[in-house]
Design a protein. Structure first.
Length: 556
């Protein structure tokens, strides 16, 4: 077999491996995404628990990059403190080494020819003909089969190269060159696991020595930090701190591993691991474990140091707060009120952009008086981040105002405004969470799903039309009876769509796999609209009236 054909087989094996990894990640996220979110939030209260959570999550998902990106999102949303986030990210480095142990055991120690074809056949049939849960199991099964098939391709291709390549010439490369190869290769394909598979295949074929394979493994650890760095590039300061910490952790750990490469390998041999494949994955796990031993005791001081550095603030979103001294209570309260109106108006415009194309601006007057309405341009997620930043600036400023002596009326008004801010941001977050469903309905192209998408657009267009009729000519405030009428209307729209969805399910005119998505979108649209109406009630009504409004039913 020619060297060129072997090269193509190697690339085909790598492509199959990466595709299979993507399928496994997608299926595991779909099955356990929300459970993983709850798992990380509930089990990161101490540094050790955070590390164990990151290790377990990555061992399950088989992707430290995915776990890292989830941690970035949680940190930016304020769901994870920085020290816990760092523990999860550092633990993910150890978790990703489990892939090497599995593949070194199954992929090189067991003959897989008899296993690959049944996995692909059964998994493929289950994915195509199974229902939602069964289809996900089929996706995992076929992904595992393709992963092993890709590994077999890589083994076969490198095995042929062992006879045609001058191994002595390869051995002449300096260790730092193998290290650089690992950094670049893992950075390009965004997977240290796949880089390890290629390295294991080359080591198995005798193309490279164990010390040089160890150098590639070290480089692969550093190369995958680019995923988290890219995920934090335009994010909040908390995101950037996590990304910088991830880079520092890997850089320090990898420098130590490279310097101690030969002593560590000698120690691994001394404890009885003389098989080169097991020795390599043991080395990969051991130097990541050493990194944890160094950083975990310093996790909280390290987090504090990051918070005092790398805190380059984003441009302020608030327009009126910077002009006011929070010690002057009346002026501060007025500034919070004006900024809250800006945020509510921004949320309404942002919510209209949740659809593609955005909903048209309705006629009438916006439900809050804004002196200079802002035009929103750019990506939805970045605009959402800006809204979250504005929320944080309002909350921080209000806390400084609340530290001053306040009378009862001032205190209650600030509490109402802060409640309005939280409800408004919650409204846009609920739409943010279902945007992927709206895109899926459009991409699937089913006539019935497209009809529902149009119906959702129509309902939301009507809702914002109602909002723009709430503030009547000559009035600055919204009447409670108008808000009550609006809340009854959104419940009617929801119930009507709910009934239609179940009717279509009974008639078999929509795919069962899409039923839960349709019901979820309908429910989240209701909750988003109710949150926005509650924000308007908090902004416009008296404390007693706003409390009565909150007692109305919010969900079905």
């Amino acid at each position: 077999m020619s060297e060129q054909v072997d090269l193509w087989r190697m690339l085909a094996g790598l492509g199959l491996f990466l595709f299979a990894m993507a399928q496994l990640e997608d299926a595991l996220r779909a099955i356990g995404g929300r459970r993983l979110s709850s798992f990380l939030r509930e089990r990161t209260s101490t540094p050790l628990r955070a590390v164990l959570a990151g290790t377990a999550a990555t061992a399950i998902l088989q992707s430290s990059s995915v776990v890292g990106l989830i941690v970035l999102a949680f940190t930016a949303a304020g769901l994870l403190p920085l020290s816990s986030a760092l523990g999860v990210v550092f633990g993910a480095n150890l978790g990703t080494t489990f892939t090497g142990w599995i593949v070194a055991t199954l992929g090189f120690k067991v003959e897989l020819d008899a296993l690959v074809l049944p996995l692909v056949a059964l998994g493929g049939l289950l994915y195509v003909f199974g229902r939602e849960a069964s289809a996900r199991v089929g996706q995992i099964t076929v992904g595992l089969g393709l992963l092993l098939m890709g590994l077999e391709f890589m083994k076969a291709s490198v095995g042929g190269l062992a006879d045609s390549v001058d191994v002595q010439r390869l051995a002449g490369f300096a260790p730092w060159q193998y290290l650089l190869f690992g950094v670049v290769f893992a950075g390009i394909i965004q997977s240290s696991s796949a880089t390890m598979m290629v390295t294991l295949a080359a080591l198995h074929a005798g193309v490279i020595s164990l010390p040089n394979a160890a150098a590639i493994a070290i480089g692969a650890d550093l190369g995958t930090t680019t995923t988290v760095l890219l995920g934090a590039l335009k994010g909040s300061p908390s995101k950037r701190r996590v990304a910088v910490a991830h880079l520092i952790f890997n850089l320090v750990t990898d420098v130590i591993a490279f310097v101690l490469r030969l002593p560590l390998l000698a120690l691994i041999a001394a404890v009885g691991i003389d098989d080169p494949l097991y020795a390599l994955v043991a080395f990969h796990s051991s130097f990541n474990f050493i990194g944890l031993l160094i950083f975990v005791p310093l996790l909280k001081p390290f987090a504090g140091w990051l918070e005092s550095h790398f805190a380059r603030p984003l441009p302020a979103m608030a327009r009126y707060l910077p002009e006011v001294n929070p010690a002057v209570v009346d002026a501060g309260l007025r500034a919070i009120e004006r900024e809250t109106a800006r945020l509510i108006a921004r949320v309404i415009r942002l919510n209209m952009r949740a659809f593609n194309p955005p909903l048209p601006m309705p006629p009438g007057r916006p439900p809050v008086a804004v002196e200079e309405p802002e035009e929103l341009t750019g990506r939805f997620d970045l605009l959402y981040d800006g809204t979250k930043q504005l929320e944080g600036e309002i909350l921080s400023f209000a806390a400084r105002v609340q530290s001053q002596p306040l009378d009862e009326g001032q205190s209650r008004r600030i509490s109402q405004l802060l409640s309005a801010v939280r409800e408004a941001v919650h409204s846009t977050k609920q739409l943010k969470d279902i945007r992927h469903n709206l895109r899926e309905f459009e991409e699937l192209g089913s006539p019935r799903l497209l009809a529902y998408l149009d119906h959702f657009r129509s309902v939301q267009g009507s809702f914002y039309g109602e909002l723009y009729s709430l503030r009547r000519a000559g009035q600055d405030r919204v009447r409670p009876e108008d808000l009550l009428e609006c809340i009854q209307q959104v419940h009617e729209w929801h119930d009507q769509l709910h009934g239609e969805i179940y009717g279509d399910v009974s008639a078999g005119t929509i795919p069962q796999a899409e039923t839960s998505s349709l019901l979820n979108v309908n429910r989240e649209l209701l909750n988003s609209n109710l949150s926005l109406l509650t924000a308007l009630a908090d902004f416009h009504l008296s404390p007693e009236q706003a409390l009565d409004f909150r007692r109305l039913p919010r969900t079905t």
